[in-house]
Ligand binder design. Structure first.
Ligand code: ZN
Length: 131
């Protein structure tokens, strides 16, 4: 367990310097569900890059982050926020939106939304690069 904790701390330190850029881009709201006035943390969209860049990271609330990291805890209703997020101009937001919609594909609305969404070739490749 100690090892996991250390890795977690290292991971945080590695990404913390991006916080300023992300606050600006997100206007201090969760970039997926637009939650306001909540704690936001830097989430790196897999696969990791070295060094990490703001382009490949998102500023997320705890609810979004926890459900991305723990598929078993998914609450489909929370992800209605993807109705907006999938149209974001930020590629990293598009990538996570598409991946979450795939996970939710048993939900009729999610399947439909994924069919409607359009991604550039580059974003498509990124979506496929890690599930
Ligand atoms: Zn959120």
């Amino acid at each position: 367990m100690a090892k996991g904790y250390d890795e977690n701390q290292q991971q945080k330190a590695r990404l913390n310097f991006l916080g300023k850029d992300l606050v600006r881009r997100s206007r201090a709201k969760c970039e997926l569900c637009e939650a306001d006035g909540v704690k936001l943390t830097v989430f790196e969209v897999p696969p990791e890059s070295d060094p990490a860049t703001a382009d490949r990271c998102l500023f997320l609330c705890e609810t979004c982050r926890e459900q991305i990291e723990n598929p078993k805890r998914m609450d489909a209703d929370h992800w209605r926020c993807l109705n907006n997020a999938v149209w974001s101009e930020v590629p990293a937001v598009q990538v996570i939106s598409a991946r979450m919609l795939k996970r939710l594909s048993k939900e009729h609305w999610a399947k439909e939304l994924l069919e409607q969404a359009y991604f550039s070739e580059e974003v498509d490749a990124w979506i496929a690069a890690a599930e």
